[in-house]
Design a protein around this ligand. Structure first.
Ligand SMILES: Nc1ncnc2c1ncn2[C@@H]1O[C@H](COP(=O)(O)OP(=O)(O)OP(=O)(O)O)[C@@H](O)[C@H]1O
Length: 120
C-alpha cells in the first residue's frame, strides 16, 4: 500500500514540475503556443498518421528540453548567482539543447508541410 502511495506521490511531484514550468517559464508558453499551432495545422491539412506521430514527438522533445533547461538553471542558481564561467557554460549548454531540437523541428515541419502547402 505504501509503495503504491509513494508511486502515486511521485506522479504528483512530476505534474507539479510541469505546472511550475508552464507558470514561471515564459519560453514554455511559446512552446505551448507552437504546439497548439502544430495541432491546428495538422488538422487543417489532414496530415497522415506518421506525420502526426513525428510532429507530436517533436513537441514532446521540445517541451522535455525546455523543462530540463529550467531544471539546470534552477540548480545552477542554487550553486551560485555570482558570475561563474562553469555556471555560464552549463546554462549555455542547456539552452543550446533547446535550440537544437527547435531548429530540427522547424526543418521537419517544413518537410512535412511544404508538399501540402504547394498542393493548396
Ligand atoms: N551565474 C552565472 N555566471 C555566468 N554566466 C551566467 C550566469 N547566469 C547566467 N549566465 C549567462 O546568462 C545566460 C542567461 O542565463 P539566465 O539564467 O538569465 O537564463 P534565461 O535568460 O532565464 O534563460 P531562458 O530564457 O532559457 O530561461 C546563460 O546562458 C549564461 O550564458
Amino acid at each position: 500500500m505504501n509503495r503504491i502511495r509513494r508511486h502515486l506521490s511521485s506522479y504528483r511531484y512530476s505534474v507539479r514540475g510541469i505546472v511550475f514550468a508552464f507558470r514561471y517559464e515564459n519560453n514554455m508558453l511559446i512552446h505551448l503556443a507552437a504546439a497548439i499551432a502544430v495541432v491546428v495545422v495538422n488538422a487543417l491539412l489532414h496530415v497522415n498518421p506518421t506525420e502526426w506521430l513525428i510532429t507530436l514527438i517533436l513537441i514532446a522533445l521540445a517541451w522535455m528540453a525546455e523543462i530540463f533547461n529550467t531544471a539546470i538553471e534552477k540548480l545552477a542558481d542554487r550553486v551560485t548567482k555570482e558570475q561563474d564561467e562553469l555556471i555560464g557554460k552549463a546554462k549555455d549548454l542547456a539552452s543550446g539543447a533547446v535550440l537544437v531540437i527547435c531548429f530540427f523541428a522547424v526543418i521537419c515541419a517544413s518537410i512535412i508541410y511544404l508538399p501540402y502547402i504547394l498542393k493548396l
